[in-house]
Design a protein around this ligand. Structure first.
Ligand code: E4P
Length: 223
């Protein structure tokens, strides 16, 4: 399972990129606003220059022609841009047209396996079930990811299941266990995956013991 960062913060993306474990980025208008706004195109292009992988940028038009026009424009910003389009009638029709032009679509705001199947048939490269938002309203978000993976595998569909709206490290590991192709997560979740108190304690102990050993070696004239 590939790991994407779910943020529009260039600072977070730079910090995560150094770790060498992130292979794409998802942004949305909420994340863009949270990161302080600015010119969306410039931010997306900057992200493309940091991470060499799919970078999702949201389209805001609400009708088919507007979406197709906007998506073509957004996709022209950089070859790695995937246009993010919410699933509804206009989104599906636009995705069918755009995918035939070779434009990568990330079909977003997916909340059921039925929506996921429609997104796949329309040719979306990435299909994004929103786990956390389903959990928030008392549904099992990860089950939608699991069902979607099962259906795509059953019919050998080439579309990738991108588990989104992940809120904590358990979501990431659950997405991996049910076979999601990609998990996109906030920087805080990536850091929570990395850190473990026993690792910190272990490092401290190794350093302290190495110091002791060096001191003992100096005492015996072996260092
Ligand atoms: C990513 O593509 C989604 O926009 C994002 O994961 C949504 O996350 P949220 O539900 O925490 O806002």
């Amino acid at each position: 399972m590939r790991l994407f960062l779910d943020t529009a913060s260039v600072d977070e993306i730079r910090a995560a990129a150094k770790l060498g474990v992130i292979s794409g980025v998802t942004t949305n208008p909420t994340l863009w606003a949270k990161a302080g706004g600015g010119n969306y195109r410039d931010i997306v292009v900057e992200i493309c220059n940091i991470i060499d992988g799919p970078i999702s940028a949201e389209c805001l038009s609400r009708d088919v022609e507007g979406l197709v026009k906007e998506a073509r424009q957004v996709a022209s910003w950089h070859p790695n841009v995937a246009v993010k389009i919410p699933i509804d009638e206009a989104g599906l029709e636009a995705t069918s047209r755009l995918s035939k032009e070779g434009i990568k679509v990330n079909m977003t705001l997916v909340f059921s396996p039925n929506q996921a199947l429609l997104a796949a048939q329309a040719g979306a490269t990435f299909v994004s079930p929103f786990v956390g938002r389903l959990d928030d309203v008392g549904h099992d978000g990860m089950q939608v990811v699991a069902d979607t993976v099962q259906v795509f595998e059953r019919y050998h569909l080439p579309n990738q299941v991108l588990a989104a709206s992940l809120r904590h490290p358990l979501h990431v590991i659950a997405a991996a266990k049910v076979g999601a192709h990609i998990a996109t997560m906030p920087y805080s979740v990536l850091m929570a995956m990395l850190r473990h108190p026993l690792t910190d304690v272990g490092i401290e102990r190794f350093l302290a013991d190495a110091k002791k050993a060096a001191k003992a070696a100096r005492g015996t004239g072996k260092a």
